[in-house]
Design a protein around this ligand. Structure first.
Ligand SMILES: C[S@@+](CC[C@H](N)C(=O)[O-])C[C@H]1O[C@@H](n2cnc3c(N)ncnc32)[C@H](O)[C@@H]1O
Length: 207
């Protein structure tokens, strides 16, 4: 059971509705905000082994996976994941697709060498619980790798706090998540942080 069941139900509906247009609507941001570079950085760390992607969405990361990885792409929204399945058909390598909530991952403890997520923990209703789940399904010595936007420091952070209730109602994702704190609260240790766009978008590696 999710921490906030009604919010989670609403998110499934919202992301299912958005699935068809998601790639087109987000294309301008990919370059403007450096997300393309951020995705490439995430995959510098993923060479092989069992990889779980949480919130894989429409499969934007599929082209980046190395040949030697066994990939499980998961998402809460069947509509988003259906787009990823279509994309994977054009590629030779096998990917397993699983509809599951980040807050309650349908995998056994220690099942993966790497758990990764890109632009997901801004949306998961209980991000600390989701990050704890990422830690649970990670093998000893494995890594959680995230590309996330988060609350910036200073004036901009205070502005984002002010705008967040409206922004999240309109768009879904929260713009003021304290993701580094959330990672630590989930019991993970940050081992690397790379700035993608100001202090607002980062690639974070945690163990
Ligand atoms: C902004 S999109 C990012 C999609 C993809 N990772 C990317 O980089 O384009 C957020 C994704 O997170 C998924 N999501 C939101 N809440 C989730 C949850 N609780 N568990 C799993 N996936 C979730 C949404 O369905 C959506 O596909």
């Amino acid at each position: 059971m999710p921490t906030f069941p009604e919010t989670t139900k609403g998110l499934v509906r919202r992301w299912n509705r958005r699935a068809r247009l998601y790639d087109r609507l987000t294309a301008p941001m990919e370059r403007m905000l450096g997300l393309v570079r951020g995705r490439a950085w995430v995959f510098e760390r993923v060479a092989k082994g069992r990889v779980l992607e949480v919130g894989a969405g429409t499969g934007k990361n599929l082209p980046y996976y190395p040949e030697r990885a066994f990939v499980v792409a998961s998402d809460l929204s069947p509509g988003m994941l259906a787009r990823a399945v279509e994309k994977a058909r054009d590629r030779s390598r096998a990917v397993r697709f699983v509809v599951t909530d980040a807050e309650d991952l349908a995998f056994r403890d220690g099942a993966f060498d790497t758990v990764l997520a890109t632009c997901v923990f801004c949306t998961v209703p209980d991000p600390v619980r989701g990050l704890r789940e990422a830690r649970r399904v990670l093998k000893d010595g494995g890594e959680v790798i995230l590309l996330e936007h988060m609350r910036p420091q200073g004036f901009l952070g205070r502005l984002f706090d002010l705008l967040d209730p409206m922004a999240s109602r309109l768009m879904g994702p929260h713009i003021n998540r304290r993701t580094l704190d959330n990672i630590r609260r989930a019991g993970l240790v940050v081992v690397e942080e790379r700035t993608v766009f100001s202090d607002w978008i980062k690639v974070i590696v945690a163990r």
